[in-house]
Design a protein around this ligand. Structure first.
Ligand SMILES: [Zn+2]
Length: 427
């Protein structure tokens, strides 16, 4: 099988179009299966890059195609290792711009090493340039990015000044926001005209930008969805749009809104709501709104947005539940070799047969534990199992009957690589 691999380092518009052109070049050159990462070339733990390596090791790929060797990574040593790996498993690795990548002969090795070093040097230079620009801007208190709505950059690009038309427009928009108690969507409803904000979140980020309060922020970090922080803010560099008091009001009203989330919700849970957990980050997965697919929405989980079909999970449950319960029950069977219960029984028997008076307290303790274990051993409800065997229960119109049974029995269904892989039972 011929596998293509493409990569860009960030999800900005320019880079994404480069990703598309990489993909289409790979497709034109015969790749039907393409793996892609949006991640730094210096990060060797890129998810799909690791998958590519796994494919090579499992000999399920015969050739790999990239547009250039820098797409495989910008860490020279890692690049060496990868190409040696391909050589070892007899996988031919080719770059459209550079030809065959190999380490077999001395010449091949020299050229591959040179390319790897050049790729790494390039990335170091880029990051040095970015860093230098950032330091310089911070030193001179210069605006770093494009001006946000309401402002524009001065001629020499060293200052933010109110935009001749947009400043007043933005001011009026803030007035509208105040009138509707800082509810962005409602305010946007009054503003059908052409303003660059089109969503709740866009308004939120705009309002939280220190530029609106007359400051410049440097070193922006996303903390989690909806919250962010600047490393360093300089105040009083230009005319503010939003007063500090108004900003406080906004913060207070969002906090209040957050507290009331879900209180008026009338949405009914779907059959698998809160039952699926992500096999990578271990957190609960959600339904895509209005659809029958489930996904991990954590933006910092590398497997976010790899969704799984509800039907796939249900049929997995249907075909595995009886077996899982059997294994579970066996674990609790006194005859099961690994059972704690049988272990304790063995121990007690051995201690008694040793006939050592010093051991009597140990025997006593073990007996108590055994007693406790026998008490807590839950029993699986046979009636419940009979019901779950009934395949008509898995049909969509019976989901309201299935859900309570599943909640009773299952703690979670673990999802990995768009597949359910394991059922975990409630203790
Ligand atoms: Zn996850």
């Amino acid at each position: 099988m011929l596998v293509g691999y493409c990569r860009v380092s960030t999800a900005s518009g320019e880079q994404l179009s480069s990703l598309n052109s990489q993909r289409s070049r790979l497709t034109r050159n015969g790749c039907n299966f393409i793996l892609q990462d949006i991640d730094s070339g210096l990060n060797c733990e890129r998810v799909n890059y690791q998958q590519l390596k796994a494919l090579v090791r499992s000999r399920s790929v015969s050739a790999i195609l990239v547009t250039s060797s820098s797409r495989l990574g910008r860490d020279a040593r890692e690049c060496d290792d990868f190409i040696s790996l391909c050589d070892r498993f007899d996988v031919s690795c080719n770059a459209l711009d550079e030809g065959r990548l190999s380490m077999i002969t001395a010449e091949d090795m020299l050229i591959t090493r040179l390319r790897g070093s050049i790729n790494q040097t390039e990335s170091m230079k880029i990051s040095q340039r970015v860093k230098a620009g950032y330091q310089e801007g911070k030193r001179q208190n210069r605006p770093m990015r494009r001006a946000c709505w309401g402002y524009k950059l001065s001629e020499d690009k060293k200052l933010l000044i109110p935009h001749p038309y947009e400043f007043n427009q933005a001011k009026k928009f803030i007035e509208t926001l105040k009138r509707v108690h800082w509810r962005p969507l409602q305010a946007l409803g009054f503003w059908n005209s052409n303003i660059p904000l089109n969503s709740d979140r866009a308004v939120h980020y705009w309002l939280c930008n220190p530029v609106l309060r007359g400051g410049l922020g440097y070193g922006f970090h996303h903390m989690s969805a909806g919250s962010s922080e600047y490393e360093y803010i300089v105040w009083g560099t230009h005319t503010p749009l939003l007063s500090v008091a108004d900003f406080d009001m906004y913060k207070k009203s969002t906090a209040a809104n957050r507290k009331s989330w879900g209180k008026n919700s009338i949405r009914k849970p779907s059959v698998l709501t809160s039952l699926c957990i992500c096999g990578y980050c271990g957190r609960k997965m959600s339904y895509r709104t209005g659809r029958k697919i489930i996904y991990c929405y954590r933006f910092n989980c590398g497997h976010g947005f790899h969704s799984v079909d509800e039907n796939l999970v249900l049929s997995f449950i249907q075909s595995n539940i009886l077996q899982t319960i059997q294994v579970w029950n066996e674990r609790w069977q006194p005859s099961h070799p690994y059972s704690q219960i049988s272990q304790l029984k063995e121990d007690i028997k051995r201690l008694i047969s040793s006939d050592d008076p010093d051991m009597s307290s140990a025997i006593q303790i073990k007996r108590q534990r055994l007693q406790l274990l026998l008490q807590v051993k839950p029993s699986r409800d046979d009636h419940l199992l009979e019901q779950l065997k009934d395949s008509s229960l898995y049909a969509e119109e019976k989901h309201y009957l299935l859900r309570p049974l599943l909640l009773k029995l299952l703690r979670a269904v673990v999802i990995q690589d768009r597949q359910p892989i394991r059922l975990e039972l409630n203790d």
